[in-house]
Design a protein. Structure first.
Lengths: 273, 287
């Protein structure tokens, strides 16, 4: 697949993103049907038919670097991770990923409730493209970390939601990747398991060559990342030292809050008059 | 991409690959992820078998009951007499049930895995392929009542030509795969493809020589040459005739027709893989 790369990233680069843009079409949404499309034809189209979730996003992550991506809701953070994971093709621009990529976007995704815990582990491994032999070798570790006792041989529909989350986390963190993509998945299960999973994530962060972390927890940004990037409405607004970028983000959020309050006050005032 | 599927150096974006590259990619992905396909088929069969106590028994009874319905309709109500009509019609029900249930299952195969598609990067083409493959079990179970029927009631029609069934089934599988792959992708964008397909499939069955033989419609074809074209282009004309030759007539199926159909089916399959691969990048966005 890498043939299309004009200039391969040099040594020591884990992620090379160049001018990424992701365009969403509004024509097809989740519940489009043939019937609706005919109805659409009859009606006159109004409003925009597409929007850019990301535009002109460029950055590099070198070995040893961990990049935090922060921003308000809907800024395109998760879309960016999906592009890096190969789930969404960028509409423009190019991304090059070097090394074994793992995305912790995957807590319990694709679980089959009729299969047992063990079968689900193997199925998830097959989805992630891990060779079967490797997955079977990892099986005892995954089972042990999930810590769900004899339930591991029972169908997933008998699990509590906490048990499912634990199994999901255990599967997602079972491979040691070169490039790690983390989307806020850290609050899982009870207090004891949360602590255990925090340690596991730290361990993975320590072992990975490059990391992209999407989070709303500013503490994580300043503790684990040596670079940060602020996204707003799909554009990179600031990039640099985590503490500086966090400061800008918090200022912007504060400003947005004040604007909103002023707007609300204006409405109230108009209501009185 | 390495054969293990783990991405060691991947580039996303850039110019769109050519049609041939896409088809080759689709074939390579299907092959390299055969383990995933096998797991999905296993999960599917487990689900279908475990859901009901009589799970597997239904697979045997279903075609028999359908046969009874058509025998009542055609022999009793319409008063058409065809010798050994139950076996005649069973030879068509068996492949048709396989085709229609495989297509119906495949249509939902991609949207059913919505969550994992949005969270893991994997070749989506394995989903309709797995759905089609698990349909083979449906067909295999249908062979049990067929053999029972023949041994018990039509033992004079048993012949060595039954051994050609796997060849006919293989041709049908290639054609089914193409249809299943394309429709599963279209259903991501238009969620009512299943509704439309159900009716088209029913009409398709009646327009294929399943309940009747091609000879019985020669008058119609003489009157309306267009009908001849419909029957000539319908893959199920060849498929039903072939099954009927092996099961009912006890003779060799028309291998020339099957060979032509096989070639055509591969073209359809490649075109459908191309269509699927073109639509695939948008799945995660639309779902």
């Amino acid at each position: 697949m890498g043939r299309a790369a004009a200039q391969p990233a040099g040594d020591g680069i884990a992620i090379d993103a160049h001018g990424i843009g992701v365009q969403y079409s509004l024509r097809f949404t989740k519940k489009t049907t043939v019937r609706q499309s005919f109805a659409e034809l009859a009606r006159k189209r109004e409003g925009p038919t597409s929007f850019w979730a990301l535009r002109d996003v460029s950055f590099r992550v070198s070995h040893g670097e961990s990049l935090a991506v922060i921003g308000p809701n809907g800024a395109g953070k998760s879309t960016l991770l999906q592009v890096l994971a190969g789930i969404i093709e960028p509409s423009e621009g190019r991304v090059e990923m070097v090394g074994k990529v793992s995305s912790l976007l995957t807590l319990g995704a694709g679980f089959d409730v009729d299969l047992t815990g063990v079968d689900n582990i193997l199925l998830a491994g097959a989805f992630m493209g891990i060779p079967d032999r490797e997955m079977r070798a990892r099986l005892p570790d995954v089972v042990e970390f999930a810590d769900i006792g004899p339930f591991i041989d029972a169908p997933l529909k008998t699990y509590s939601s906490g048990m499912r989350a634990r199994l999901g986390f255990s599967i997602a963190t079972s491979i040691e990747p070169d490039v790690l993509l983390v989307d806020e998945v850290l609050a899982t299960g009870d207090q004891a398991f949360r602590e255990k999973s925090r340690l596991r994530i730290e361990e993975l962060i320590g072992a990975a060559k490059g990391i992209v972390l999407v989070t709303h927890d500013m503490h994580w940004v300043t503790t684990f990342c040596n670079r940060a990037m602020l996204l707003e409405r799909g554009h990179v607004v600031a990039e640099g030292e985590p503490a500086d970028v966090v400061k800008i983000h918090e200022d912007h959020m504060e400003q947005a809050r004040l604007d909103k309050e002023a707007e609300a006050a204006k409405h109230r005032l108009q209501g009185v008059m | 991409m390495t054969s293990s599927g783990l991405v060691l150096r991947a580039t996303y974006g850039g110019p769109r690959p050519s049609a041939l590259t896409l088809v080759r990619q689709g074939l390579e992905e299907t092959w390299s992820r055969r383990r995933l396909t096998r797991y999905l088929v296993g999960a599917d069969l487990h689900k279908k078998g475990a859901d009901t106590l009589l799970g597997n028994v239904w697979w045997i009874l279903d075609p028999l009951l359908q046969m009874v319905v058509y025998v009542i309709l055609v022999s009793l109500l319409l008063g058409r007499t065809t010798e050994d009509y139950p076996l005649f019609v069973f030879a068509a029900i068996l492949p048709w049930k396989w085709f229609s249930s495989a297509v119906n299952d495949a249509i939902l195969s991609v949207v059913a895995r919505e969550r994992i598609i949005k969270q893991v990067h994997f070749p989506k083409i394995v989903l309709p392929v797995a759905a089609t493959m698990s349909g083979i079990a449906n067909f295999a179970f249908g062979l049990i009542p067929l053999v029972a029927l023949m041994v018990l009631f039509y033992s004079d029609r048993l012949s060595v030509f039954l051994l050609t069934l796997p060849i006919i089934a293989a041709v049908q599988l290639v054609f089914t795969l193409g249809v299943a792959i394309l429709l599963s992708a279209v259903n991501v964008f238009y969620r009512d493809v299943g509704n439309v397909a159900r009716h088209i499939l029913r009409l398709w069955f009646y327009l294929s020589p399943g309940l009747y033989s091609v000879e019985q419609v020669t008058k119609l074809v003489e009157k309306y040459p267009a009908a001849g074209v419909v029957y000539g282009l319908n893959p199920f004309t060849v498929i039903f005739e072939a099954y009927r030759a092996a099961i009912y007539d006890g003779k060799l199926p028309n291998f020339v027709g099957l060979a032509v159909l096989l070639g055509g089916s591969f073209l359809v399959l490649f075109a459908c893989i191309y269509g699927f691969k073109r639509l695939e990048p948008a799945f995660a966005k639309v779902l």
